[in-house]
Write a protein that binds this ligand. Structure first.
Ligand code: KG4
Ligand code: ZN
Length: 342
C-alpha cells in the first residue's frame, strides 16, 4: 500500500487579543503552538480595546509565525496549506491575520483555508483526544459565544442553542469587574471561588423554556450587580470570594444541565467542551461528574487549548482541507460569521 503523505498546516489566529501561529501535522499532531498574548495591556483598560488589539497583532504576527515554523523545524515551503481564522471576532484584528495568511499563501503558492473561530475551538478536542470522532455534543463557551452544537460529522455543525444575551465568558468578565477583580474575569473568579462558599448567595439559575437549549446570562449578571449594590447601600461588607463561588455555581449548573439534556435528547454517546470558559476548573469537574453519572464519554482540551490559540485552527483547517475547501485571495474577514456558513 502506498504511504499516505503527511499534511502540514500553518495556522494563524488573531480574532481577539492573542496573536497565534501553529504548525499541525495531519490534523492532530501539534508541532508548535506559539501564542503572544496582549491580555496585560488590555487589563489596563478593563477589557479588549479593538484598535490597540489590531496594532499589537501587526507588531507581533511576523515573529510569531517565524517562531512557529522554527519550533516545528519547517520552512514555509514545507507546509501544504495555510489555515486562518476569518470570523467571527474583531474585524480589525481578524484582518491582520487574514492579510498575513493571504500574503504568505500568494508568495509561497500554497492553498488558503478560512476557518470559523468556533469550529477551531471545537476541533481543539481532537488534538489530545486522538480517538474522538463525531458524532458528539459540543458545549462552546467563550467570551463571545455560548453554543450547544451537535457535531454530526467533521465540518458538519448544527447549533441547537445559543445565548439570548450575554455569553458565559462575558458574564464572568462583567461580574468580575463589579466585584473589583478586573479583566479577564474568568480566571480571577475561578481562583477566588476556590476560597468562597458556593451556597452563600442563591443567585437564579436561568433554564428558560423546558424544551429550549438556549442560554441567558444577563439576568444572573444583573442579580449579582443588584446584590452587590444592595449590600453596599446597607453598609454591609461583601465577600468577593463568596459572590464568585455562588455566581459560578449558578453558571455551571445551567451549562452542565443543558448539555446533558441535549446529549440525551440527541442520543449521542460523547460530549466535548470548548472555548475559554471550558478551562474553568468547576465546570470541568462538574461536567466530569455528570458525565460519569449519566454514562457519557467526556472530552475537554487542556486549558491552554481552550483559550484562543492557533493549533485548534490548524486542526479545523486540516479537516476542511480534506473536504476540498480552498479559499481565494478575495476571502474577507467576517466579524459576525455564523457556524456552518460556507
Ligand atoms: O475562547 P476565548 O479565549 O476567547 C473568545 O473566543 O472569546 O475565551 C475568553 C473568555 C473570557 O471571557 C475569559 O474570562 C473566559 O474565557 N475564561 C474563563 C476562564 N479562563 C478564561 N472563564 C471561566 N473560568 C476560567 N478559568
Ligand atoms: Zn475564542
Amino acid at each position: 500500500m502506498e504511504d499516505k503523505k503527511d499534511i502540514f498546516i500553518l495556522a494563524i489566529e488573531s480574532s481577539c487579543d492573542e496573536t497565534a501561529a501553529a504548525i499541525v501535522k495531519n490534523g492532530r499532531d501539534v508541532l508548535s503552538n506559539v501564542i503572544s498574548s496582549q491580555i496585560d495591556l488590555h487589563t489596563l483598560y478593563g477589557g479588549v480595546v479593538p484598535e490597540i488589539a489590531s496594532r499589537k497583532h501587526i507588531e507581533a504576527i511576523d515573529g510569531v509565525i517565524t517562531q512557529a515554523l522554527q519550533e516545528a523545524g519547517l520552512a514555509l515551503n514545507d507546509v501544504d496549506a495555510i489555515g486562518v481564522t476569518y470570523g467571527p471576532g474583531l474585524v480589525g484584528a481578524l484582518l491582520v491575520g487574514l492579510a498575513e495568511a493571504k500574503a504568505l499563501a500568494f508568495a509561497a503558492g500554497k492553498p488558503l483555508i478560512g476557518v470559523h473561530h468556533i469550529e477551531g475551538h471545537i476541533c481543539a478536542n481532537y488534538i489530545e483526544n486522538k480517538n474522538l470522532e463525531p458524532p458528539y455534543m459540543a458545549l462552546v463557551v467563550s467570551g463571545g459565544h455560548s453554543h450547544l452544537v451537535y457535531v454530526s460529522d467533521y465540518g458538519k455543525y448544527e447549533i441547537l442553542g445559543r445565548t439570548r444575551d450575554d455569553a458565559a465568558g462575558e458574564a464572568y468578565d462583567k461580574v468580575a469587574r463589579a466585584i473589583g477583580m478586573g479583566y479577564p474575569g474568568g480566571p480571577k473568579i475561578d481562583a477566588a471561588a476556590k476560597k468562597g462558599n458556593p451556597n452563600a448567595v442563591r443567585f437564579p439559575r436561568v433554564f428558560l423554556e423546558e424544551d429550549s437549549y438556549d442560554f441567558s446570562f444577563s439576568g444572573l449578571k444583573s442579580a449579582v450587580l443588584n446584590y452587590v449594590n444592595k449590600q453596599k447601600m446597607m453598609g454591609e461588607d461583601i465577600v468577593p470570594e463568596d459572590i464568585a463561588a455562588s455566581f459560578q455555581q449558578s453558571v455551571v449548573e445551567v451549562l452542565v444541565g443543558k448539555t446533558i439534556k441535549a446529549a440525551k435528547d440527541r442520543g449521542v454517546a460523547k460530549i466535548a467542551l470548548a472555548g475559554g470558559v471550558a478551562s474553568n476548573s468547576t465546570l470541568r469537574e462538574k461536567m466530569k461528574n455528570a458525565c460519569e453519572k449519566e454514562g457519557f464519554i467526556l472530552s475537554i482540551p487542556s486549558p491552554i487549548l481552550c483559550t484562543d490559540n492557533a493549533a485548534m485552527i490548524g486542526c479545523a483547517a486540516y479537516y476542511e482541507y480534506l473536504a476540498g475547501v480552498r479559499d481565494g485571495l478575495d476571502l474577507n474577514a467576517n466579524p459576525s460569521l455564523r457556524l456552518g456558513d460556507r
